[in-house]
Design a protein around this ligand. Structure first.
Ligand SMILES: C[S@@+](CC[C@H](N)C(=O)[O-])C[C@H]1O[C@@H](n2cnc3c(N)ncnc32)[C@H](O)[C@@H]1O
Length: 210
């Protein structure tokens, strides 16, 4: 059981002392809040650094968010992938939304305890969000065919990033059918190219320029 940020430091070599301290704090914070409000499976708390934090940071192996960019995390649950990404990219603004208020309470408490000034958390359905973003990130919310209509009109059109504005969705398993049914132009990036743990063998970042 990994209860420190050592695994994160293995793959992200340039973390500041402040970022390392924040990643280290996550175990105690999620152990405390998850015991009260279930945001990740109780068994999974032991795998927090691999299955939740490092998995969330897989997006960063594909896209480096810039200072001032705005990122929406749809269906963030307890804050994944938004909280780990907000620690990694402190100059980027993250808006984390979920349709369940008590999950947003956990996110708000965790962000406050970490002093993350670049995180805003809102109890909202994705369809109710009324703002524009450079990127939308998400994990384990719904099929792409249902997800895309929620967020397709929420993008800035003037990307200053190396990649065009769009969706960065963490997905696992057999994706060909899901992408084909959505009729979206999606690109798949395997996380096994970056992370050697078995968990990542079937995990992808799905990128959909919007
Ligand atoms: C399986 S959980 C995943 C949570 C988190 N992304 C993670 O990977 O740990 C799916 C989350 O999506 C939220 N959700 C489902 N439909 C939503 C919608 N239309 N707008 C916002 N949140 C939604 C649910 O409340 C739930 O917290």
């Amino acid at each position: 059981m990994e209860i420190s940020s050592a695994l994160i430091q293995k793959y992200f070599k340039d973390l500041s002392e402040d970022q390392i301290a924040k990643f280290d704090q996550l175990f105690d914070l999620y152990s405390f809040w998850n015991a009260q409000i279930n945001v990740i499976s109780r068994k999974d708390i032991e795998e927090l650094y691999e299955r939740h934090i490092l998995h969330s940071l897989g997006i960063a192996k594909f896209c480096t968010f810039k200072a001032g960019e705005k990122v929406l995390d749809v269906g963030t649950g307890g804050g994944f992938p938004g909280i780990p990404l907000a620690i990694l990219f402190p100059e980027t603004e993250f808006h984390l939304v979920d349709s369940i208020g008590k999950k947003i309470k956990v996110v708000t408490e965790v962000a406050a305890a970490l002093g993350l000034k670049n995180v805003k958390a809102s109890h909202l359905r994705a369809e109710q969000v009324n703002d524009k973003y450079d990127f939308v990130v998400s994990r384990a919310v719904t099929r792409l065919i249902d997800f895309y209509p929620w967020i397709k009109d929420k993008f800035n059109k003037n990307s200053k990033n190396a990649i065009a504005n769009g969706i960065l969705y963490l997905k696992g398993g057999e994706l060909a059918e899901e992408i084909s049914e959505s009729r979206l132009k999606a690109e798949l990036y395997p996380l096994s190219a970056y992370f050697e743990e078995d968990f990542f063998e079937t995990k992808f970042v799905v990128y959909i320029p919007c």
